[in-house]
Every structure is written in structure tokens, then in C-alpha cells.
Ligand binder design. Structure first.
Ligand code: NAG
Ligand code: NAG
Ligand code: NAG
Ligand code: NAG
Length: 427
């Protein structure tokens, strides 16, 4: 059934996927768009929150590398107030790391320039204030790339959506309990308070929480990734202000330069993360599936598992030896929505008409914010190239088990660990 521009479109989830879709659809002339979320964007426990996200075109997969180069044009114009072109260094303890080698090829093939670092200690020739002992490591530095203020970018996009006529509803009236069905067709959502929102098309961009509304089975699962923040003094921040975003591909730990005004240093781990589950009623059936908490968020309580803290602390000692014992200002788990190969899921649901899915960020979608909506809208309007439709297709579940996550080769550190019930209670 063809979608008309006056059809009501209800987007669940006001993160990078949901808001970028809403904004793009208004540009394409859709006139009745509503976005609902539990929280005013950016949601504190969402994966597009807090002070920073890496912006890089350095991808082993040429599709994402090209997309990220396209997004870069948006970061340096439309989002220039949110973006910091600090440079990006990808380093590994093992020589010829395949992800780094493929990324290099993709950047060079696109005419990009980079500084090869067969001996990573040469990074200090570019950035003398890098503290890390880089002996024995190798990789490269890309002067194009850096980081963006995540919360600021989402706020900017949410405002643009409002101005363009999108209704954004948050709080209890934006908390979706379940999909509303008429047979196999999805006709809207049921809200926690009992109200109903009807729509011709429902778009789920619910990230790590997607299982609450639709059993994703093998298609996607949530994983928590540790993040830590360190308060620097003004002097320290000044000394460290010219460092690139750095990732140690061997541990998955990466770091950002200090934030310009608040002097906060952030580290995180791009790894296999921590699994969590919850029991809830999905589509009329009680299930225990992968999902973070829904009703409340302890995002600001600062709990992360002990081994996650140790991993981050070790990463801090390696990347910033002078700050090795500095206490965390705050810590949190950032929820990834992992898919088996790290590909997004952007598709009409194969057997539920009226439902479109845009999720599966797998910890790497934020950087596409300036162009993500365009790609999603192309899939929504069935005009995306067949290769992308296939790459991002929704594979209906065959059981409740979580997706085996082999990833895209970019992750480091220990394998996925299931949180114990005690640990989960603290989240
Ligand atoms: C938008 O869609 C909703 C749900 O179908 C409908 O109730 C509402 O009147 C529509 N608004 C406009 C401006 O067409
Ligand atoms: C999830 O639930 C099952 C029981 O249904 C349990 O065996 C498993 O350990 C739980 N925890 C995680 C993090 O998957
Ligand atoms: C990178 O990770 C490796 C492997 O754990 C470690 O030996 C090395 O010290 C780390 N280097 C930096 C600079 O983080
Ligand atoms: C996390 O939130 C729950 C409420 O959902 C609360 O009871 C618990 O104390 C919180 N835990 C921490 C460590 O803040």
C-alpha cells in the first residue's frame, strides 16, 4: 500500500534514528508526524546522550565509510557548532589489524589523506601532548574526524523538528506500552496510561528497548558499554586540548579530547558489553528478553559492573598515565542495540503491515545523524538501492534467544558477559 504525504506517521523513540527520520519526512512533504518518547530528547539513558560521540569515516565496510564521508559534510556545516575536528587515531597492539587496514584502503580510495603510523609513537610528532606509551603499537591518524556533542546535536535536531511542524510528546503521554493491532496490521500504539495513539504508519526507533514492543529474536539485542568521565583542572585541560580522538583497537577503549568549557575527559569501551534482560508482556505474551529498564533510568546513578570499571581504569592508565588514579566524575552504561554483523535494521516489517523498523545502531549510528534520516526515508518510501534494502532488512525472529554478535570487526576487549540479577537490579 502506497504511503501518502497526509498519512499520520507515529515515530516511537526520539533518538538519532527517530528524530532524523521525522525531520527528513517533513522535508519530503509529510504533514502529520508525531514523535513519542519516555523522556524529552536527549533521553539520559538513550544512546545519543551525553557529551560526545566519535565522528569518523574510518570504516572497514565501504558502505558506511561513504555514508560517513557524506555525513562529514553535514557535521562541518549544518552541525558545525556541535562538531570538533580534532583528528582521529586508530591504533592496535597487533600489526596489520584487518579493520585498520580496510579502513585505510577506503579512506585512500576516496581521495582522503592520512598519516600512517607503523610506529604509533610517531603520533606524538603530530600531537606532542599525547601521554600514552605507544611503543609496539601501529595504526594511522586521520586529520578529518573527531567528535560531536551528542546531547547538543540531538537538542538541535529536536528543535528543528518542532519548527518543521513535528509534534514531540514526552513523559507518560509518550510512554508506549504496546503496539495496537488490528489483525496483523499495526494501527497505532497503546500508551502506559491507557490512551491510544492511532496512525497509518508506526515507525519503531526504540533502540535497545525495541524488544519491549516487538520480539526481535535473533535480529537485535541490547548490550551495555561502560563509559567514564574525569574532571580535569583548567590547566590540565589546556595542556591536553590538542589531542585527537584515540581508540585502542586491542582493548576497545577510546578517548576524547577534553570538552572546551567544562574540561571533562571521557573514555568508553567499544566492546561486546554486558547483557541484560527483563520480563514483560510483549504482544500479549509474557517474555524474558534482552532490554534495559524502561520505567526508570539509573543513567545518572553511575553504576557500572566492577570488571567494567577495571577495564576502563586500565584503559585510562594506558591512554592517560598521568591521570591513572583520578576518580571518576561519573560513570554509566551506554546501551547499544547490537545486530549480528553491526548492520542497521531499516525496513518495513515483513509480516506486520503499518509497521516500519529503524534501529540496530550497533554502537556506530550517531555519526550519521546529518544523513541518517535520508537513508531511512529512502527505505521507508521504497526508493533505496536494493543493496541497502538487503543490508538493512528485518529478519523476523525464529525464537527468543539473543543474536549471536560477531560484529563488524571494530570491537575490542572481553566477550559479552551476562549481568547477574544483583547487577541488573543496580542499573
Ligand atoms: C493526524 O493524524 C491523526 C491520526 O490519524 C488524526 O487524528 C489527526 O486529525 C491528523 N492531523 C492532521 C492535522 O491531519
Ligand atoms: C535472562 O533470563 C534467563 C532466564 O529466562 C536467564 O537464564 C539469563 O541468565 C538472564 N540474564 C541475562 C543477562 O541474559
Ligand atoms: C592497548 O591495548 C593493549 C592490549 O591490551 C595494551 O597492551 C596497550 O598498553 C594499550 N595501549 C594504549 C595506549 O592504550
Ligand atoms: C536504581 O533504580 C531503582 C529504581 O528503579 C532504585 O530502587 C535503585 O536504588 C537504583 N540503584 C542505584 C544504584 O541507584
Amino acid at each position: 500500500m502506497a504511503i501518502s504525504k497526509t498519512d499520520s506517521i507515529l515515530i516511537v523513540g526520539a533518538g538519532a534514528f527517530g528524530l532524523s527520520t521525522a525531520f527528513e519526512l517533513t522535508k519530503r512533504g509529510y504533514t502529520n508526524i508525531t514523535v513519542v518518547d519516555r523522556f524529552v530528547p536527549p533521553a539520559a539513558d538513550g544512546s545519543s546522550a551525553d557529551i560526545s560521540r566519535i565522528i569518523r569515516a574510518d570504516y572497514a565496510d565501504p558502505v558506511y565509510s561513504r555514508m560517513a564521508q557524506e555525513a562529514y559534510a553535514g557535521w562541518t556545516t549544518e552541525y558545525k557548532d556541535q562538531y570538533f575536528d580534532s583528528g582521529f587515531a586508530m591504533l592496535s597492539q597487533t600489526p596489520n589489524n584487518p579493520y585498520i587496514e580496510e579502513s585505510k584502503r577506503n579512506i585512500l580510495a576516496a581521495g582522503g589523506k592520512l598519516d600512517e603510523l607503523p610506529d604509533a609513537t610517531d603520533l606524538r610528532k603530530l600531537y606532542p601532548s599525547v601521554q600514552a606509551n605507544l611503543a609496539g603499537m601501529s595504526g594511522y591518524h586521520n586529520p578529518r574526524g573527531g567528535w560531536a556533542n551528542a546531547a547538543g546535536s540531538i537538542q538541535q535536531l529536536a528543535s528543528k523538528c518542532s519548527v518543521a511542524g513535528v509534534s514531540i510528546i514526552s513523559g507518560p503521554r509518550g510512554m508506549v506500552l504496546s503496539l495496537r493491532r488490528a489483525g496483523s496490521r499495526v494501527i497505532g500504539v497503546n500508551l502506559v496510561g491507557g490512551q491510544v495513539l492511532l496512525a497509518t504508519q508506526v515507525i519503531l526507533s526504540t533502540g535497545a528497548w525495541t524488544n519491549r514492543l516487538l520480539n526481535m529474536g535473533q535480529a537485535a539485542s541490547s548490550s551495555g558499554q561502560p563509559v567514564g568521565f574525569i574532571q580535569l583542572t583548567e590547566e590540565e585541560a589546556l595542556e591536553m586540548r590538542k589531542i585527537p580522538v584515540m581508540i585502542n583497537m586491542s582493548t576497545g577503549v577510546f578517548s576524547f579530547p577534553p570538552t572546551p568549557d567544562t574540561h571533562v575527559l571521557k573514555l568508553a569501551r567499544h566492546g561486546y558489553g554486558y547483557a541484560t534482560n527483563a520480563t514483560f508482556n510483549v504482544d500479549g505474551v509474557q517474555k524474558t528478553l534482552s532490554s534495559p529498564k524502561f520505567e526508570s533510568s539509573n543513567a545518572t546513578s553511575g553504576y557500572i559492573p566492577d570488571d567494567a570499571d577495571e577495564g576502563l581504569r586500565e584503559g585510562l592508565r594506558q591512554l592517560f598515565p598521568k591521570l591513572g588514579d583520578r576518580p571518576w566524575l561519573n560513570r554509566r552504561l551506554c546501551w547499544y542495540t547490537d545486530t549480528p554483523k553491526g548492520d542497521f535494521i531499516i525496513d518495513h516489517h515483513p509480516n506486520m503491515p503499518g509497521l516500519f523498523i529503524a534501529t540496530g545502531g550497533s554502537g556506530h549510528a550517531f555519526k550519521f545523524l546529518p544523513v541518517l534520516g535520508k537513508y531511512i526515508a529512502d527505505c521507508f518510501e521504497n526508493i533505496a538501492p536494493e543493496s541497502l534494502r538487503q543490508k538493512w532488512r528485518m529478519i523476523p525472529p525464529q525464537g527468543d534467544s539473543m543474536a549471536p554478535m560477531s560484529g563488524d570487526g571494530s570491537r575490542g576487549g572481553p566477550p559479552l558477559r551476562k549481568l547477574s540479577p544483583l547487577e541488573q537490579a543496580k542499573l
